[in-house]
Design a protein around this ligand. Sequence first.
Ligand SMILES: C[S@@+](CC[C@H](N)C(=O)[O-])C[C@H]1O[C@@H](n2cnc3c(N)ncnc32)[C@H](O)[C@@H]1O
Length: 346
Amino acid sequence: MPRTRGSAHNRTSGADWDRPVHVAEGGHFTVLLEEAVASLALREGGAYLDGTFGGGGHSRLILQHEPSVGALHVVDADPAAIARAEALAVEPVANGRLHIIHANFGDLADVAAEQTLPPFDGMLFDLGVSSFQLDEGDRGFSFRFDGPLDMRFDPTTGSSAADLVNALDAEDLAQIFWRYGDESRSRRIAAAIVTARQDGPITTTARLAGIVSDAVGGRQGRGTHPATKTFQALRIAVNRELEMLDRVLETSLDLLAPGGRLVVIAFHSLEDRIVKRFIERETATCICPPEQPFCTCDHQPRLKRLGKPVKPSDHELQINARSRSAIMRVAERLPDVTPDSQEEAE
Ligand SMILES: C[S@@+](CC[C@H](N)C(=O)[O-])C[C@H]1O[C@@H](n2cnc3c(N)ncnc32)[C@H](O)[C@@H]1O
């Protein structure tokens, strides 16, 4: 467990009185806070990247670690998260070590081509949406508030959810709801959207939630809201989340130093499957098709898997129900095999 300094300790009650704080300003809980930071195996003077700054919970704990890390580069697509990072950068705990990058992590290869990044001793990705975003009605992520139907992590670029909902045909909308939301009533919802938009473009979360509820039947008692899957699917499509994840995993292999840690927290099976398969492939000594009787690929593993997937503790589940679907995977970058190193090994 990392040692921390500063005011990160939460004096609550009973056995948990000395646990680090999981809650940032605005009621945002950092998921798997200690577990993720411990998995980075922080070392003195090391260089780290937090690819999803969000509310900065993981970053703050990294900066509080003793002995001190040398540099922490933080990335977020959301200008509001970047503003929070700027506030953290001027706190004493940052001590000139926080470097802020406003970018999509899927573009990290381009960022690395434009500015010098150190070889990282650890890279952390805590995927998806933050409570700040969910609880801010104007961002349009949630049907709990009426707001503009936006859902972009970076509202300054790309197509919003309203753009997709009003432009795509029924088949494409149904594909999104089915593939990214596992929504079995995807066609019915898509057809209802196409009909409803004849009365005018769908521009608010409340109107979309209403259309979905009317199409599939309202919420029964305290059950899940009928628009939950539709909203998740749209968010994934708007931000091209799976594509960006694919890209950053690939890039991480170039940006990690030998021995550097890759830590990824996923929140749904689509994300976790990508992370799992990536680690499986990069830890394998052969990636030939299973039906092939002998290996021709000469594949060199670039990662070593560390431990089993980690899920939130009972304590965390109690204080933050939103953490229930989190799953963290950890791997370590292996040194590249060069002809020289291969010769030495033989
Ligand atoms: C779950 S929150 C991270 C919370 C953070 N670990 C903390 O301790 O507060 C995810 C953050 O990642 C950002 N994000 C998600 N996908 C991104 C991407 N492809 N590129 C950059 N930032 C992304 C979101 O804007 C959000 O702020």
